[in-house]
Design a binder for this molecule. Structure first.
Ligand code: ATP
Ligand code: MG
Length: 455
């Protein structure tokens, strides 16, 4: 059940938020739901109990309750309370206040952080600490309120279930429990308005659909269709954070398919989308990389965003590098480096990728031509390059989809575990065995004169 909303004109700078007429929650007692305290982190419980004992309301809300209800094990716990951030800070010595757009309290327990948010009201009075831009996007929002007000500001009904630590019941104002049962993602209020307020909700819809296997409600699908271009108004730094959640949460392949299905991917990575359309081999390569990322996440291995970003940039970079080389004489590696520099600069306007990722990513791409050479010292020294491993993994993936030579790949795979002597033989380097003079080495040597296997 979605409550009716009334739109009233107040004539103030903020667009009217959907404001609910229903303010009574359906209270689901502990005996009628499956969210057990076993599933809740000890730290989150500590925060909830202390708030409660100090006379405040204390609820768990958001993804943790949603996930627990569908039998996933939540790992991220968000607390909502009527205590203000300063009041929260006064209760916990391990607490820090953060954020400007939303002021929040972070209570730290070792490596775990419990986020505590004060209930917020919809702000529509002059002088409120809230702001929207001309398109209706909320820029700042720090007006505190009650739980009855807080609920309507959340995005999806399934994200608006409140678990009350006072009696372990779940408060459901927006029909979230029914939507979880029906496995549907429904925005609270008018979908068009909610997406204009925060276009990132379109990405969140896709992310949750991929993660939970839920359908996106028809009215949300329709509203997305008319609003995809609004993503260009979202700060690029926020879209990078969202990129990480979209592609590093273990459902990258499904997420990517849905992003493309709803024409959202082109808003984030326009050059990648254009290249997919005119380079047949590009999509299979991307899909292989996404599957690989999901496998790594499932196995608990680390993933770096620079690898996938490199994959997304690969076809456009190669194409531009070819153009550059037609105009100017330079090596393939140099042209790839230059091309990726230009493309990354364009891409940054959409998704702000920090330099610590763009620099290694460009190196990884520019190194690809070096896998074609297997003779001589320079080729052998490539094994010692600090970006060799990333470049190698990238090349393996290209080989997997038939876009690089299998024998060359096998050569570089074997070379990594060979002894110094065998390696020199593989690279057809003749002469005295290297390494004996190592201790007498002084100053810098010309590259190629050291012993790659020994460092
Ligand atoms: P997960 O942690 O699995 O990514 P989540 O639902 O907990 O999912 P968070 O980003 O942690 O997502 O946000 C916590 C809660 O805050 C959400 O469940 C939702 O109620 C609310 N929320 C977060 N972002 C928005 C948004 N952009 N618009 C409205 N409500 C939001
Ligand atoms: Mg969360």
């Amino acid at each position: 059940m979605i409550p009716a909303f009334t739109a009233q004109s107040t004539g103030v700078s903020l667009e009217n938020r959907a404001s609910p007429t229903a303010t009574e929650p359906e209270i689901i007692p502990r005996s009628a739901h499956n969210v057990s305290r076993e599933e809740i982190s000890k730290s989150a419980l500590k925060v909830l109990y202390r708030l409660h004992k100090s006379g405040y309301q204390a609820f768990l809300v958001g993804g943790c309750i949603r996930d627990a209800m569908i039998g996933l094990h939540p790992k991220d716990f968000d607390v909502a309370t009527d205590a203000t951030p300063d009041e929260v800070k006064a209760l916990f010595s391990n607490c820090r206040l953060i954020g400007r757009r939303f002021r929040l309290a972070h209570v730290r327990f070792g490596r775990e952080i419990i986020e505590v948010a004060t209930f917020r009201a919809s702000a529509n009075h002059d002088g409120d600490d809230a702001e929207q831009d001309v398109e209706g996007r909320i820029i700042r929002d720090n007006v505190y309120g009650s739980i009855e007000e807080d609920v309507w500001r959340r995005d999806f009904t399934c994200n608006a279930l409140y678990y009350n630590i006072a009696d372990f019941s779940i408060w459901d104002y927006a029909g979230g429990a029914a939507d979880i049962r029906d496995r549907v993602l429904r925005l609270i209020g008018d979908p068009g308005q909610r997406l204009r307020e925060d276009p990132v909700r379109m990405l969140r819809a896709v992310r949750f659909a991929a993660k939970l296997g839920f359908d996106i409600a028809d009215d949300v699908v329709n509203a997305i269709a008319g609003n995809t271009q609004l993503l260009t108004n979202v700060p690029a730094a926020r879209l990078f954070d969202e990129f990480l959640k979209l592609f590093q949460a273990g459902h990258a392949e499904k997420t990517f398919e849905l992003l493309r299905h709803y024409d959202l991917f082109a808003e984030l990575f326009p050059a990648t989308e254009a290249a997919i359309r005119d380079d047949d081999g590009f999509l299979p390569f991307i899909m292989a990389a996404l599957r690989n990322t999901d496998r790594r996440v499932a196995a608990g291995k680390s993933v770096t965003p620079m690898f996938l970003l490199g994959v997304f940039m690969w076809s456009p970079t190669r194409r531009l590098a070819d153009e550059i080389r037609r105009e100017e004489k330079m090596s393939e590696g140099q042209a790839l480096s230059l091309a990726s520099y230009q493309l990354v600069a364009d891409q940054q306007r959409r998704v702000a990728i920090p330099r610590r990722f763009t620099v290694p990513m460009r190196e990884m791409l520019a190194l690809q031509p070096r896998f074609a050479t297997t003779r001589g010292k320079r080729a052998m020294n490539f094994l010692e390059h600090r970006r060799f491993r990333a470049a190698y993994d990238f090349m393996v993936l290209l080989t997997e989809v038939g876009q690089f030579d299998e024998q060359l790949m096998a050569f570089w795979t074997d070379a990594q575990c060979q002894s110094r002597e065998d390696r020199a033989a593989s690279f057809q380097i003749h002469g005295k065995p290297r390494g004996r003079r190592r201790n007498r080495r002084r100053g810098r040597r010309r590259s190629g004169s050291g012993s790659p296997g020994s460092s």
